[in-house]
Ligand binder design. Structure first.
Ligand SMILES: [Zn+2]
Length: 92
């Protein structure tokens, strides 16, 4: 982990401002989504990039029933026999 030498105070709402210079160098734009991690006593902020819940790929990810899935896994899911299961026949 590299120190930036930047010290910022958390405001009364629990917010902290990422300095503009840091946002510029890290290519973080306004209203960007950040993911929060912890590592011992450290809090780590990372630009959020949606990843496939099955293979962790960040490519061609889309939402499927509220979950991130890549095009490849979505295709495999469609082709899997479990997906072809039919509804049980209605009893009269
Ligand atoms: Zn995938």
């Amino acid at each position: 982990m590299k120190s930036t030498g930047i010290v910022r105070r958390i405001d009364e709402m629990g917010r902290i401002v990422l300095p503009a210079e840091l946002r510029r160098t890290m290519d973080i734009s306004d209203r960007e989504t950040m993911e929060i991690f912890t590592d011992g006593s450290a809090i780590i902020l990372k630009k959020y990039t949606p990843a496939c819940i099955f293979c962790d790929s960040g490519r061609t990810v889309s939402l499927f029933k509220g979950k991130n899935i890549c095009a490849r896994c979505l295709r495999q899911l469609r082709e899997s026999p479990a997906d072809a299961e039919e509804e049980p026949p209605e009893s009269v």
